[in-house]
Design a protein around this ligand. Sequence first.
Ligand code: GSH
Length: 202
Amino acid sequence: MKLIGSLTSPYVRKARIVAAEKRVEYAWEPHNVWAPENPVPDYNPLGKVPVLVLDDGTALYDSRVICEFLDSVSPIGKLIPADNRERIEVRRWEALADGALDAGVLARLEGQRPAAERSASWIDRQMGKVARSLDAMDIQIGTRPWCHGAAFTLADVAVGACVGWFDFRFPQLEWRKDRPNLARLAVKLAERPSFAETAPRE
Ligand SMILES: N[C@@H](CCC(=O)N[C@@H](CS)C(=O)NCC(=O)O)C(=O)O
């Protein structure tokens, strides 16, 4: 199978971290989704990465579907619990982290528009979602070792990819300030080879 993505995308990073944790091998096919002639829409009508193309040609998207697929193809280190309530709690964490990213990406794209067309109130609205989401993560982690339960799960993958992207694209946010629990988790996650190998870069 092959993974289509970019080294800057936090959603792609989620998939790469899960593949590394699960020891699942894949061919890497980098593409710039913003380039006019990129082939990503041929695989995903939404024109977004990541896309995982299986050996039979089936194209899977988005990152949530890909992560669930990768978690199920190998019994090594399950990242999504089997128990319904536990699984839903992990997926809720993923929704929170991905949602914070969605808001951050919208704010970043708006900030790249020409000054005359840019909406400061739109950026503020999105960055409000980011701040509230990061606050919620910090409170919910509390003194726990991981986001959910006693083990590393997809919740930690999603949260780690999320805050890693804010470090990469919004260093001025200084999100660690007043969020010591989230900061502590980020240190621990950065030490894992799966995170170190996939750190975002241009
Ligand atoms: N919900 C999607 C989001 C994917 C996404 O927005 N990817 C960005 C790269 S960071 C993209 O491909 N954007 C291109 C576009 O929006 O046209 C996922 O989890 O995979």
